[in-house]
Design a protein around this ligand. Structure first.
Ligand code: S3P
Length: 178
């Protein structure tokens, strides 16, 4: 693929498959895979649920912003962002920097069925607010460079759709330069 993006950032709501698809996509492109939430957990030695419980959401958002800055310096990698990261303007700008951003669009029924009720995602404890939270965030997700349907298909199939979209964009840019 000529002129490949040096970083691919997956954005979208909890349960849209960012981590599962990201892992497959990274393998397919020969890139490394980075998961924002896991990196925060490794750096702080605490789980996301513990950070929310002990310090609150704003402290978590600050860690997320720091992680986005660290990730903006990496090349040849696929990043699975946290579901709220792209809705924060500063974090979004860092994630967009030098990357192609991909929204994994998914319907609410599918999202809810994929979020385990195990407390690992503090904002998903109250299922009743999920639809409103998705509606609030959709305008931000729409700011991604491309959107892919992630409601149906295996992670491998969704990853292939993304490769197709990336290749299409690359081809368009290459022919525009001729
Ligand atoms: C969040 C989504 C989670 C995690 C945290 C907050 C959100 O990431 O960052 O629980 O605000 O939607 P996933 O989208 O990977 O579940």
């Amino acid at each position: 693929m000529p002129d490949r993006p040096s970083r691919v950032v997956l954005v979208g709501f909890m349960g849209s498959g960012k981590s599962a698809v990201g892992r497959v996509l990274a393998r397919r492109l020969g890139y490394r895979f980075e998961d924002m939430d896991r990196r925060i957990e490794e750096r702080t030695g605490r789980t996301i649920a513990e950070i929310f419980r002990d310090e609150g959401e704003e402290a978590f958002r600050k860690l997320e912003r720091e992680e986005a800055l660290a990730l903006s310096r990496l090349t040849e990698c696929v990043v699975a962002s946290g579901g709220g990261a792209f809705a924060r303007p500063e974090t979004r700008a860092l994630l967009q920097n030098g990357a192609i951003t991909v929204w994994l669009r998914c319907d609410i029924g599918r999202l809810l069925s994929r979020i385990p009720p195990d407390g690992s995602r503090p904002l998903a404890r109250n299922r009743a607010i999920m639809q409103a939270l998705l509606a609030e965030r959709e305008p931000s997700y729409r700011m991604a460079d491309v959107a892919v349907d992630a409601s149906a298909g295996s992670p491998r199939e969704v990853a292939e759709r993304i490769v197709g979209l990336i290749e299409g964009r690359t081809r368009k840019r290459t022919s525009a330069r001729r």
